[in-house]
Each structure stands twice: as C-alpha cells, then as structure tokens.
Ligand binder design. Sequence first.
Ligand SMILES: CC(C)(COP(=O)(O)OP(=O)(O)OC[C@H]1O[C@@H](n2cnc3c(N)ncnc32)[C@H](O)[C@@H]1OP(=O)(O)O)[C@@H](O)C(=O)NCCC(=O)NCCS
Length: 222
Amino acid sequence: MVKEKIFIFGGGLQAKLAIDIIEKEGKYDISGILDSFKNPGIKVAGYGILGPIERLSEISRKFNINKGVIAIGDNYGRLKVVKQINNLLPLFEFVTIKHPAANIGSRVQIGPGCIIAAGATVNNDCIIGDHCYLAFKSGLSHDSCMGEFSSLGPGAITGGSVQVGTCSAVAIGANVLNRRKIGSFSVVGAASLIYHDVGDGVVVYGIPAKEVRKRKKDDPYL
Ligand SMILES: CC(C)(COP(=O)(O)OP(=O)(O)OC[C@H]1O[C@@H](n2cnc3c(N)ncnc32)[C@H](O)[C@@H]1OP(=O)(O)O)[C@@H](O)C(=O)NCCC(=O)NCCS
C-alpha cells in the first residue's frame, strides 16, 4: 500500500506522541515537521524540522505535499495554527490520526485533524469535531459531542450525551456526568467531577466542580 505523505505542525512533545501514533497506524508517511520556533535540521523522534510554518507554501510545493496534522496540545494554539495554515494555503487538508489501540464505536463521526491516542475509547453515536485531541485512556461515552478544537486529557471520562464546547479542555482524570454541557473555551480542572453544566470561558475544578475564574480564550492551562 502506498502511504500518503504528510507534514506535522509543531515539533514539541505532542509531535513525538503524534509520530508514535502515525508509525503504529501505518497509514501515513511523515515527510517532516514545520515549527516556527525550532531551527531547521533539528530532529524530533527521527524526523527533521523543515522550516517555520510561515514558509508552508514554499515547503508544500517543494515536497508536493498538501496534507498534515497539527501536533500542538494547547487547544487555542491548535486553532491559531489552523487559521494560519488556512490563510497560507486554503486547500491544505488535515488528516485524523488514530492509534490502533483506540476503540471507536459504531456510527461515530470524527472530523479532520484529530489526534486519538492509545486506549482512548469513543462509544457509539458520538460526534467529534475537527482538530480535537483525545489523550490516552480518555473516554467519550455514547451519543456525546466534542466541539472543534476541544480535548479530553488522559483518563478524562464522560457519561452519555455529554457536550463539550469548542476549544474546551476536560483535563486529566476529570469525570463528567451524563447529559452535562460544557461551554466553549472553558477548562475543567484535573480530577474534577462535573455535576452542573459549565458555561463559556471559565475555569472550573473540584468535586463537585465549581467556577474558579473566567478565562480568556488564549489563557494557558497546560
Ligand atoms: C485547571 C487548572 C489549569 C488550574 O491550574 P492553576 O491555574 O495553576 O490553578 P489556580 O492558580 O487556579 O489555583 C491554584 C490553587 O487551586 C488548586 N487547584 C488547581 N487545580 C485544581 C484542581 N484541578 N482540583 C483541585 N484543586 C486545584 C491548587 O491546589 C492551588 O491551591 P493552593 O493555592 O491552596 O495551593 C489545572 O488544575 C489543570 O487542570 N490543568 C490541566 C492539566 C492537564 O490536563 N494536563 C494534561 C497534560 S497531557
């Protein structure tokens, strides 16, 4: 089988995780990494940095590659890079990568640009938007929805029919009761229990989770 060639955007720890998934999945051939902050030539898990994202048009022409995945753990960071890439090359396509040890149920829809790590489980009838990240051992229970650029941290688990809004992060080990809604651009802190719905643009944590503060879209949380 001829593998499709792709780029990875971002050369940090998330790139190493993405490389492991891509190598195990065996569907894509990594031609290199674009990173605006690392020098060209540096290797990340054996793959070279080709240049900054700003030079995507030229690098894409040189390698004749028009596909890739963004390996940036911060949800808003991923969103910003997608906008940057769309401005540079509107026809650039994003691929979803999925570790072979992830479990995906029936009738699940997954948008482009997602990263699904080992041991993540997505039950039946879920919808996962573009550029989401499901970390290892996270679990999205049946009929749930993840908005674009949202994430489930390691071991974060939802009950059924949960909605996670655009760009929101459910951090490591948090639990979300069934039918709860988490707004957009919010962060559910590590090991929290979501009993009440969560609004837009807030940080919540604790058992049960309480609103701790408002947050701006680009406030760091990792
Ligand atoms: C929500 C989060 C961003 C808050 O972190 P923070 O901004 O540094 O914390 P704050 O400044 O708001 O508050 C600090 C206080 O709140 C407490 N606190 C922070 N997060 C908490 C949580 N999830 N549950 C309970 N208490 C928490 C701290 O113990 C600290 O208390 P202290 O002042 O008595 O020592 C952080 O808890 C979190 O979940 N980060 C994401 C981690 C993650 O998912 N990593 C995965 C990597 S793959």
